[in-house]
Design a protein around this ligand. Structure first.
Ligand code: GLU
Length: 464
């Protein structure tokens, strides 16, 4: 074991990058970077039936979009650690499983599916609530055993010692201990020859010199099994930390079937959210900064990510809060950066005014594009019922006689106000609707100016 901090994110390529997965990846990334260590991406792809085409690329692409770039991955392997996809490491698992068998630390279990079910049923009848595999239950003749052995009809189970305590000091939850008698011999290699998750993950974490494992709390029950494997192999184990669950606004654990919420990073990317905002938001799903600050750049988060501040209580996925973060980063974007995405083909003055005005309130790039369309695809008719009134005719007659500029639009508004002694909504609403054909918008004089003289004067003439 080295002293170097090495963390990892090890998804199965069964789908796109989910919020929960992204949070796990991010916490491992921040942890490693905080301590000047390395963050590794590797793939748990031995459940062939569940793998989806393009799953690996999608995970990596979405992580990169968020700004989480692994130091090592299947595409950027460190030769010293072998391959970064489990499907390409099968020989290693096999060899280690054989070693365990040789030292009587694991054994071949020859039960067929039916026999296993029978053992289950018997335990159930005897009132045993949770099943423990009994390695002496199966009674078959030496010939039958030889036959099954020849046909590879067996799985490999770890031989757990009796009454052994497996414990770890969880980085999030403190000391957790589990007795081996409460686990029972479990499968490390399935009858199809593939390693189980618990076995492969230990082999990978050990051989890749992983120092810290941060993962979702659904893995807490796996950790004692993994410790049993570390002990059998006499390997040092990494430190474990189990992150609390992420819930929806009702406090229910996020489930992929929950349609009240978009749960894939890709969805937010397509909607034009700012990755910096999501990065910042996700960092606060189960962690807080000592100074209670919320808005933090990647560099600041890396610097402040002290593991002592990992939270023990569930964290809510609050989309309103995520929007707030995206909005804060939108404001900080330069107009050049924004225009690379929006590609506005108007003059510089217009473009600057539009971006300066609208980036203050937009959450996503898509929203900015919609705002832009108000000016590019101007409405031909006013679809808000409205009647000619004093405010309008006064405003129109003043503005139609002036140079078209923000200052003059503003003074036309002011003059109308003074002349008629109207203010607030009674003043702004008629002017806004008559000139912009919208009920809402940014500061009135600017919104009117952005429509341009031609459109505004044409619209005003109807009211003068
Ligand atoms: N493939 C597992 C998962 O996505 C990895 C668990 C682990 O980090 O050990 O949940």
């Amino acid at each position: 074991m080295t002293n170097k901090i090495r963390t990892r994110y090890a998804p199965s390529p069964t789908g796109y990058l989910h919020i929960g997965g992204a949070r796990t990846a991010l916490f491992n990334y921040l942890y490693a970077k905080h301590f000047g260590g390395e963050f590794i991406f590797r793939l748990e792809d031995t459940d062939i039936e569940r793998n989806v085409e393009g799953g690996e690329a999608s995970q990596l692409d979405n992580l990169a979009w968020l700004g989480i770039i692994p130091d090592e991955s299947p595409l950027k392997p460190n030769k010293k650690y072998g391959k970064y996809r489990q499907s390409e490491r099968l020989d290693l698992y096999k060899q280690i499983a054989e070693d365990l068998i040789k030292h009587n630390l694991a054994y071949k279990a020859y039960d067929s599916t039916e026999e296993l079910k029978k053992q289950h049923d018997e335990q159930e009848k005897a009132g045993i609530v949770s099943f423990r595999y009994d390695r002496n239950w199966l009674k078959i003749s030496p010939e039958e055993k030889a036959k099954r052995d020849k046909n590879n009809e067996y799985s490999i189970r770890l031989a757990l010692p009796k009454n052994e305590v497996y414990e770890w000091n969880d980085l999030v939850r403190g000391l957790i201990s589990v007795n081996s008698d409460d686990i029972g011999d479990f499968v490390i290699v399935k009858s199809d020859g593939y390693p189980t998750y618990n076995f492969a993950v230990v082999v990978d974490d050990h051989s890749m010199e992983i120092s810290h494992v941060l993962r979702g709390e659904e893995h807490i029950t796996n950790t004692p099994k993994q410790i049993a494997i570390y002990k059998a192999l006499k390997w040092d184990m990494p430190l474990f930390g189990h992150l609390t669950i992420i819930t929806n606004m009702e406090g229910k654990k996020l489930s992929k079937r929950d349609t009240s919420l978009k749960q894939f990073i890709e969805d937010y990317k397509n909607e034009g959210y700012l990755p910096e905002g999501i990065f910042n938001f996700l960092a606060l799903l189960g962690w807080t900064s000592a100074d209670a600050k919320e808005l933090m750049t990647k560099e600041e988060l890396i610097q402040k990510f002290e593991p002592e501040r990992l939270s023990k209580s569930p964290s809510k996925f609050d989309i309103i809060k995520m929007d707030w973060f995206s909005k804060q980063y939108m404001k900080t974007k330069s107009n050049e950066e924004l225009n690379k995405i929006l590609k506005i083909k108007k003059d510089k003055e217009w473009t600057t005014l539009f971006l300066d005005t609208y980036k203050q309130n937009a959450v996503t790039y898509n929203q900015l594009k919609e705002d832009l369309n108000i000016y590019l695809k101007t409405k031909k008719t006013l679809d808000i019922p409205y009647e000619k009134n004093n405010v309008l005719s006064t405003f129109a007659s003043i503005l139609l006689n002036k140079e078209f500029s923000i200052e003059n639009i503003q003074s036309a508004i002011d003059e109308t106000k003074n002349k008629l002694n109207v203010k607030g909504k009674d003043l702004f609403m008629p002017i806004r609707i008559a000139t912009t054909y919208e009920e809402h918008g940014p500061e009135l004089a600017k919104a009117i100016f952005l429509f341009g003289k031609e459109i505004v004067f044409e619209r005003l003439k109807k009211w003068s």
